[in-house]
Design a protein around this ligand. Structure first.
Ligand code: NDP
Ligand code: OXD
Length: 297
């Protein structure tokens, strides 16, 4: 912060807070409960990430202080790279090729075109839309599911509970870029997995979760992979992070696992984003990317 905004008086919790009645803005990722509430003159809470579930978890969070989250092209671009990488990895069967190379097997198996695969993105916000557009441009058949209808050229839009089953039914690769809210908890469960398309080239669907770990029921995913109901899974997020060493997800042959790094927050970029929001707020400009606490994102 000091590097990108040397004019700001930056205090660091817990040791270098100084007089807390002078603190007007708070930038946080996992604030321990009660810390935000303890700042009597706080004007804005700035989340250091796109997701705000960790901040909203604090039951003592002051109700009248607005929360701003990250919406930055650097973070969005990183997420799109991850989603495109993993859709392509499954589509081009890269893990099978890696295994063949390891065993010196020359097996030039038949492949299929991108248009053979229907990708369905749950969460068509900042991240979901960008991933959808890039996958569409590669030739995949892309649809998105969100609370409200979206108009993204070449991307079919499904909205709300009533259209969820139809969305699942046309989806060979299910991607989650949903926020963690009570409505999205456990959404990747056995029941919903069973509703996914089985008409794709692999005969069983694939799941990619880069939203939040609470959205997946790990036991359901493992059971569906074991029974062949799911073809493969890429998981970046987990209920407990770091993922405990004894989790079966680590070693399952059909799971590709990454340590919550789908879209890493670059410290300088995020600090510049926070500093510019503070400056705009001080100039009296309206806050952008405000969190709606009632919706939970
Ligand atoms: P946005 O708030 O821009 O988008 C959220 C989307 O989810 C919206 O399209 C919203 O619908 C939809 N949505 C929310 N609740 C529901 C619901 N109940 N049913 C259907 N659709 C729903 O968020 P971002 O795109 O910026 O980020 C999404 C999430 O990605 C973050 O909350 C975070 O959890 C995760 N993330 C993960 C990272 C990682 O490294 N793994 C990094 C960054 C983010 P509508 O548009 O209609 O409101
Ligand atoms: C975020 C994250 O929400 O990194 O920004 O998970």
């Amino acid at each position: 912060m000091r590097k990108v905004a040397p004019e700001l008086d930056v205090r660091v919790w817990p040791d270098r807070m100084g007089d807390i009645s002078e603190i007007e803005y708070c930038a946080a990722w996992l604030p321990p409960p009660g810390v935000v509430k303890s700042l009597p003159k706080l004007k804005v809470i700035m989340s250091l990430g796109a997701g705000v579930d960790a901040i909203l978890k604090d039951p003592t969070l002051p109700e009248n202080v607005p929360i701003v989250r990250v919406n930055d092209p650097d973070l969005t671009g990183r997420m799109t790279e991850y989603i495109v990488l993993h859709v392509l990895m499954h589509h081009r069967q890269q893990r099978r090729l890696d295994e063949n190379q390891k065993n010196r097997v020359w097996d030039s198996f038949p492949t299929h075109a991108a248009r053979a695969l229907s990708v369905g993105i749950m969460g068509m916000g900042v991240m979901g839309r960008d991933s959808a557009e890039k996958l569409r441009d590669l030739g995949f058949r892309v649809a998105g599911w969100s609370r409200t209808r979206k108009d993204v050229p070449g991307v079919q839009s499904f909205a709300g509970e009533s259209e969820f089953d139809a969305f699942l039914g046309r989806t060979d690769v299910l991607v989650s870029l949903l926020p963690a809210t009570p409505d999205t908890d456990g959404i990747i469960n056995r029941g919903n997995i069973s509703k996914l398309s089985r008409n794709g080239p692999f005969g069983a669907p694939i799941v990619i979760n880069a939203g939040r770990g609470r959205q997946q029921v790990a036991e359901d995913i493992l059971a569906a992979l074991d029974s062949g109901e799911l073809h493969a899974a890429t998981l970046d997020v987990f209920v407990q992070e770091p993922l405990p060493p004894d989790s079966r997800l680590w070693t399952h042959p059909k799971v590709t696992l990454t340590p919550h790094c789908a879209a890493d927050s670059d410290p300088e970029t995020i600090c510049a984003y926070v500093a510019s929001n503070i400056e705009k707020h001080r100039r009296g400009e309206p806050l952008q990317n405000l969190v709606d606490r009632a919706r939970g994102y």
